[in-house]
Design a protein around this ligand. Structure first.
Ligand SMILES: Cc1ncc(COP(=O)(O)O)c(C=O)c1O
Length: 406
């Protein structure tokens, strides 16, 4: 029998034990908040600390010079994760910063249309609201499929009727367990020649990605979620097509362009035109280490394990009296959302944390519209990753049962 291709071998108990040993936080907490910020493995924290120490020893600019090859490696690792070239990657401080840089490319004027979905991330949606209020942009939501998630045919109908300036889709929404059909929407955008912006914040590290099959112009992401990198760093993928059209952020800085003569500027090649000159090299190196760790673990197999753990959680927690699983969609992610009878979910999050279990909540205070659409007053988000194990699932099930039957 021939060996399975690298990265698709079945996961063994020894793999899980090794991943947990690499992750000191697993000894202290039942961390089921990977959609918030995952526990980083040791190579990530080592990379960050080593560079901060070097900066303290020899100086920040000098340390950047000394680490040049490792910084280049970080671009290569992120590009490897997306199956693109390093020149398509811009380092940023967050997914939101990436998204804002990409949005600023477009000269929106009154009446321009952005087509999005019912499950777009709140901060993205707030940017659209701001563009509406300040520039008169119209924001149109494509319809969902009856089973949940955006209907690509509805996107196609809106694109043909409205000729939008931009189509924007959140691949894996932050609450609600969905994986959207971004590839099908990409096909619509390519056929119509409409720019396409994907929020891949919860997808990177959770899904095995080939960004060329998504066919987006931009993909925004962050390090700290399923990629298991540090907080405060993210990246933006920029397609070859977008670069060839000289697309660049409205407020480009000296990392992105040079100044050959007054009255003009000349863009540098590659996605670096979306970066800002000042950035945390320690965090970039940490994100590079996280990407290498993900690639070595094998994203296809770790994704399958994370999704299986989330499916088990949905089944186990929905069996507790008063708990309702909210996730809908043909394809579900590693994010599981529940409505729990009784106290607001934020109270449950605090009580679970006291019992060593990490989760998060969404309350009406933060996003009333999303909760209304789900028909829930608040929701508890539980997001396992591949390094979680049965002890983590047992811990949340037991704690929730105890809290809800008190
Ligand atoms: C789907 C999605 N997009 C974007 C973001 C924002 O990421 P960041 O805080 O790194 O800007 C989040 C954060 O939770 C998210 O879940």
């Amino acid at each position: 029998m021939s060996a399975p291709p690298a990265g698709t071998e079945p996961i063994t108990a020894a793999d899980v034990a090794r991943w947990r040993a690499d992750t000191p936080g697993t000894q202290r907490r039942h961390h089921l908040n990977n959609a918030g910020a995952a526990l980083p493995p040791r190579p990530v924290t080592d990379a960050v600390r080593t560079h901060l120490d070097l900066e303290a020893e020899i100086g920040g600019y000098e340390a950047a010079g000394a680490a040049r090859a490792s910084i280049d490696d970080a671009y290569r690792a992120i590009a490897g994760l997306l199956r693109c070239a390093p020149g398509n990657i811009a380092m940023t401080s967050s997914a939101t910063a990436s998204y804002a840089q990409a949005l600023s490319v477009f000269e929106f004027t009154a009446g321009d249309v952005i087509v999005t979905t019912s499950a777009d991330y709140l901060s993205n949606r707030l940017m659209f609201e701001s563009l509406s209020a300040r520039r008169g942009v119209r924001v149109l939501e494509a319809a969902d499929l009856p089973s949940g998630g955006v209907d690509p045919e509805s996107v196609a109908a809106l694109v043909s009727a409205e000729r939008p300036r931009l189509v924007a889709v959140t691949w894996v929404p932050t609450f609600g367990g969905l994986v959207q059909r971004v590839e099908d929407v990409g096909e619509v955008c390519v056929a119509a020649g409409v720019p396409y912006l994907v929020d891949g914040c919860q997808a990177v590290g959770q899904l095995d990605i080939d960004v060329t099959t998504v066919r987006c112009d931009f993909l925004a992401a962050t390090a700290r979620k399923f990629l298991r990198g540090p907080r405060g760093v993210g990246f933006l993928y920029v397609s070859d097509g977008a670069l060839a059209r000289d697309w660049h952020p409205l407020l480009v800085d000296m990392r992105g362009a040079k100044w050959p003569a007054p009255g003009g500027y000349a863009l540098f090649d590659g996605a670096r035109r979306f970066e800002q000159w000042e950035q945390s090299h320690a965090l970039v190196l940490g994100m590079g280490a996280a990407a290498r760790y993900a690639l070595a673990a094998g994203v296809a197999r770790t994704a399958a394990r994370a999704h299986a753990l989330a499916a088990e959680l949905r089944a186990r927690l929905a069996n507790i009296p008063g708990v309702r699983a909210l996730d809908r969609g043909e394809r579900l992610s590693a994010i599981a959302a529940f409505e729990c009878a009784g106290p607001d979910a934020s109270v449950l999050v605090r009580a679970l944390r006291e019992r060593g279990v990490n989760t998060t909540a969404q309350t009406a205070d933060e996003n009333a519209v999303a909760l209304q659409r789900l028909g829930a007053s608040s929701l508890l988000r539980v997001s396992p990753h591949y390094y979680n194990d049965e002890s983590d699932l047992d811990a949340i099930e037991n704690a929730l049962r105890e809290l809800l039957t008190q």
